[in-house]
Design a protein around this ligand. Structure first.
Ligand code: SAM
Length: 212
């Protein structure tokens, strides 16, 4: 049943949304999204609905996860930093496509739960820590890719510092109601910046994000 729903999600909300990278599409076929939400709402896991994961947070919409993942242009050998683990679903998708994934979540209970689910599924090349991801995760820097899954008022400087040369950072930036997706690439002489589509994300709360 879940497999059939997953295939329908892939057709409608991934391929149907314009995703073309076959590796990204395969990752969505593999990761059991229903295991990342509460058992009571598993039947809705493959819909396009915004679903709660507790603590006022939501699991990202499949299309949003797909678009941001494709934009990372992962080849398989990258070290990735994710800011905002949430349910761990996006983390699993990244783990399917990259070599190692480091993920920071500010809410301890979510981090613990996500770690448990990811370990249960055999994603051993993933590390999750509890902290303020607006400061990155310096201990494992530099990263080939950085993905921020919560909206920030500005690009936190630590994230640019922790990006490898030739690396790519994707972050929603804007006010609390409306953000654009920024794609920042670190070059030998500095960095380039491209702005894409409008999105609505939960806030990045932290020293270099929104203050509580
Ligand atoms: N991609 C996740 C998923 O698929 O479940 C959903 C992420 S949710 C939209 C954003 C997450 O960012 C929330 O879990 C929130 O607690 C977290 N967050 C917000 N500010 C943060 C910060 N400064 N550091 C780390 N995590 C943060």
């Amino acid at each position: 049943m879940f497999e059939r729903w997953r295939e329908q999600m892939v057709k409608e909300l991934v391929i149907g949304a314009g995703i073309r990278d076959p590796r990204v599409i395969d990752a969505f076929r593999k990761v059991p999204r229903h295991l990342f939400v509460d058992p009571a709402i598993r039947s809705q896991a493959y819909s396009g609905k915004s679903l709660p994961i507790g603590y006022g947070q939501t699991i990202s919409h499949p299309t949003t996860v797909a678009i941001m993942t494709e934009m990372l242009e992962l080849q398989g050998d990258e070290k990735v930093l994710e800011v905002g683990t949430g349910s761990g679903y996006q983390t699993a998708i990244l783990a399917e496509l990259a070599d190692r994934v480091f993920s920071v979540e500010r809410i301890q209970a979510l981090a613990v739960k996500a770690r448990h689910i990811l370990e249960g599924l055999g994603y051993y090349r993933v590390a999750i820590t509890v902290g303020d991801g607006s400061l990155g995760w310096a201990a494992h820097a530099p990263y080939d890719r950085i993905l921020v899954t919560a909206g920030s008022p500005a690009v936190p400087p630590a994230l640019i510092q922790q990006l490898n040369r030739g690396g790519r950072l994707i972050i929603p930036v804007g006010d609390e109601n409306h953000q654009i997706l920024k794609v920042i690439e670190k070059t030998d002489s500095g960095f380039t910046e491209v702005e894409l589509e409008a999105f609505k994300f939960v806030p990045l709360i932290g020293r270099k994000g929104w203050q509580l």
